[in-house]
Design a protein. Sequence first.
Length: 176
Amino acid sequence: MALNLEDKKRVVSEVAAVAAGAYSAIAAEYHGLSVEQLTELRSKARAGGVYLRVVKNTLARRALKGTDFECMDEALVGPLLLAFSQEDPGAAARVLKDFAKTNDKFKVKVLAVGGQALGPHELDRLASLPTYDQAISLLMAVMRAPLDKFARTLNEVPGKLTRTVAAIRDQKQASA
């Protein structure tokens, strides 16, 4: 379906607004997928906090201009689908990685994080990044570890004294 100028402007402004607030972006080739497969991908993306859009490459270039994802320009060739992580940097990578496992025709072309374009081989690394909640729990565990060790050390002093007194008592009872 052909877009008129107003529709093109609306698409560019929508994608630009999403890109401005996104943590990471992924461009993937979807050629050869059925409508049912793309519908499944879209529902998984919505559930995972990922904005998914099929955009013409010229409109995508205009939308990404001036954002951290401008570095993806050269890779925007062919029929591509853009995915933007809106909740955490690895959200889109996790959704697309899971989808690519079951769909051979789905190929990741390029991904971008923090203004740097990365190859498709970096998808696993990006997908393995912890979510916000996981990162907070890891940080709390690291911050709590010294306190736990200090408490165990303080608890060991009276415990050792008790074991020593019990050993002396047992020794005196055995000799008597």
